[in-house]
Design a protein around this ligand. Sequence first.
Ligand SMILES: Cc1cc2nc3c(=O)[nH]c(=O)nc-3n(C[C@H](O)[C@H](O)[C@H](O)COP(=O)(O)OP(=O)(O)OC[C@H]3O[C@@H](n4cnc5c(N)ncnc54)[C@H](O)[C@@H]3O)c2cc1C
Length: 575
Amino acid sequence: MSPERLIATSVLVIGTGGSGLRAAIELAERGRDVLAVGKRPKADSHTSLAAGGINAALATVDGEDTWQQHAADTLQESYLLANPRTVQIVTEGASRAIEELERYGMPFAREQDGRISQRYFGAHTFRRTAFAGDYTGLEIQRTLVNRARLLQVPILDTIYITRLLVRDNVAFGAYGFDLFDGTRYVIHADSVILAAGGHTRIWRHTSSRRDENTGDSFRLAVEAGGRIRDPELVQFHPSGLIEPENAAGTLVSEAARGEGGILRNGVGERFMARYDPERMELSTRDRVALATYTEIMEGRGTPNGGVWLDVSHLPSETIMQRLPRVYQTLLELQMLDITKTPVEVAPTAHYSMGGVWTDPEDYGTGIEGLYAIGEASSGLHGANRLGGNSLIELLVAGRIAGEAAAAYSAQLTAQQRSAAALAEARSQVDEPLAADGSENVRALQRAIRNTMTEHAGVVRDEAGLLAALAQLDVIEARMADLGVHPDAAGFHDLAHAFDLKSAALAARATLEAALERRETRGSHNRSDYPELDAALRVNLVWAGPGRLAREEIPATPDGIAALMHDVSTAGKLIE
Ligand SMILES: Cc1cc2nc3c(=O)[nH]c(=O)nc-3n(C[C@H](O)[C@H](O)[C@H](O)COP(=O)(O)OP(=O)(O)OC[C@H]3O[C@@H](n4cnc5c(N)ncnc54)[C@H](O)[C@@H]3O)c2cc1C
């Protein structure tokens, strides 16, 4: 066995994206001992990909905006599956979160008189999305990394967490290994904040990067005794690249349609005329994703199973000025010049709206001392996420969970530990290394992604979901015979084996909940149940294979319910 290091801290934060860093900053500002770990460099977490913006009812541009209206818009867009209390806490806390970010040095775009600029994004009643060019997430990540550095927050960038350490439903740390030299880590902590992202990488096309969003938060929480809320609710973005394979799903910004881009199927038809003849390509994200998916599945796709997105009729100055990132991305990834040639795109898994079950008040998970935040958590988005709401959630939830973990740690009189829990964590890492089986990790990852794409993508039905579960049984059986081979480059193969375990668990949770949600609501389209079912205005909470429960959603406060209305998304695109 590789050497093992023992570390102790007050609070362990797993994940160094926006939510994990914000929590770590809160703890450091409160003078608490904190350690943050991630499986990829902090400067390059998924958060840095976010482009469009971050929401708060600052009313800098539209003076009538209020947090109550932001809450109402969020609930409306969630198809009433969001938790009203979570929505209230995030929207009410949003202005403070932006002020804190400003204090840390965030370079927001501003009006001439210095006010933070705000623009329309998706189904918002008012302009409330603050931004920094089309690289808002990157600037947020940089700002948080700088603040954490100033506060001397220790961050380990190469630690893969394999298991949470829990005794009698009380968390006391985590176990993991170093991705490069294989050193094992036992990290003892009073409490743990899980900020390890979502599960969108279990589909073939995803807007996150390779080896991110593999469902680690889901597996870590469930193996610790936690639960997953609404794993079936996943937002698909209409336009992700198909090639090259290792960048499949990379977004082509919706701005390409916003600027006049045209969608055509494999036989040259401008197919949106069939689905939304008035708005055509400016239809809503879910409708465009559904239309595109239908064209592909009904055999009218392009040779590689997509549709064409064409901006070549636009003046090249428009493309250079308004779509520079799209132009650059296509040149870099495909050597394709969008001023001359259409791009092949397909729907891509973009955001996990469900996630680890969390309490709205403190982001606790039901396991004492364990909190979950960011895309790993659940409660804010329901069946459809309002564009720009994820980034604000990272900051509000990070602060609240940081506060809660600090308070929990302060009142603790003794830390529970368990030799048995530690032994189990150790053997979970020893086993794949010793097995020397014949199955290839990457091939099985691909098998899961194919299964999920074929049967649990934009449109689902009972027969497909059952077929997917049967395929998953076979894949899981093959996973018992894995070959894992650390090499001179490090222990990445071992990490991929754990990614695979997480993906299998996240896939099962998603399929079982998708089967149970016999209705069409928001992002969840069941072709065999095309209508919304009022009786299914519940959250589905998954605690392990075959263990799915319905959870009532608290009533929406009257003051907020009165503000809810259908908001036009015409001309307002969401990223
Ligand atoms: C292309 C794109 C554009 C987007 N645009 C917007 C936008 O404009 N507005 C908006 O609000 N949202 C947007 N989003 C969504 C938003 O960016 C994400 O939801 C958010 O950044 C997630 O942050 P996070 O802190 O939860 O997790 P992440 O940033 O995903 O970080 C997860 C962290 O967990 C670590 N980790 C994972 N597993 C392990 C493990 N086993 N052991 C150790 N560490 C682990 C990773 O290394 C990483 O540090 C966009 C997303 C994409 C992909």
